[in-house]
Design a protein around this ligand. Structure first.
Ligand SMILES: [Zn+2]
Length: 211
């Protein structure tokens, strides 16, 4: 008969794939080995220090790209000899008074503030771990915050939305894309790369049992 203690210890050794929910039994891996889901190939366990360093480096890259994406000109619209260009920050500020103020606040929050908060929380959590030191105080809370803000970070959705709107506007005026648009595109790639290096299981494990 299986005792409750056996069940609890077995539960500690189970890992569910974040993509397809397949359950796997955790094996002891060396510092350089990684584990992927047997069914869909999603990364389950990443080699500790190296993957943490990748995530920290890519989070820094994302923060720098974010500055360009927000403050550089995003779009230039010209028609009949008149032209106007605007950055994301400028566009949000245009609506900052009056009825549309909550909208501009929501835009700045979801496109800028939440992703920056997420990158900062990830760097805070992983910087000491990547350097082989014990996690900083409140690391668990910082990582939980980074996970909680994930569904609300909408930089990628913003770029797709803009691309759709551009197709509509292109018939009425000449539209050219500024450097900020390309910074957003690079940001999407950097964030996708960062996610491919990140294993939540490895990070939680490192926070709870620092070596
Ligand atoms: Zn899977």
């Amino acid at each position: 008969m299986i005792s409750l203690d056996d069940l609890v210890s077995a539960q500690d050794r189970l890992i569910a794939c974040p993509q397809c929910d397949a359950l796997h039994l955790v094996e002891d891996l060396t510092e350089t080995e990684s584990a992927s889901c047997a069914r869909c190939g999603t990364l389950l366990i990443a080699p500790r220090a190296r993957s943490f360093l990748h995530v920290v480096a890519l989070s820094f890259t994302a923060m720098i790209l974010m500055v360009g994406a927000v403050f550089f000109p995003f779009l230039k619209i010209s028609t009949k000899g008149l032209s106007h260009d605007s950055s994301v920050f400028g566009a949000a500020m245009t609506f900052s008074d009056g009825l549309l103020a909550p909208l501009s606040l929501a835009v700045l929050l979801m496109i800028v503030a939440l992703p920056v908060l997420r990158f900062t929380a990830l760097i805070y959590t992983l910087w000491p771990l990547a350097n082989g030191r014990a996690p900083w105080p409140q690391a668990a809370r910082a990582f939980r915050l980074a996970e909680a803000t994930l569904p609300w970070s909408m930089a990628e959705i913003f770029v797709i939305g803009t691309a759709v709107a551009l197709v509509k506007v292109a018939g009425l005026a000449t539209v050219s894309l500024g450097p900020a648009f390309w910074a957003f595109c690079a940001l999407i790639i950097v964030v996708a790369l960062k996610n491919s290096f990140m294993s939540k299981w490895t990070i939680w494990n490192a926070i709870s049992q620092p070596r």
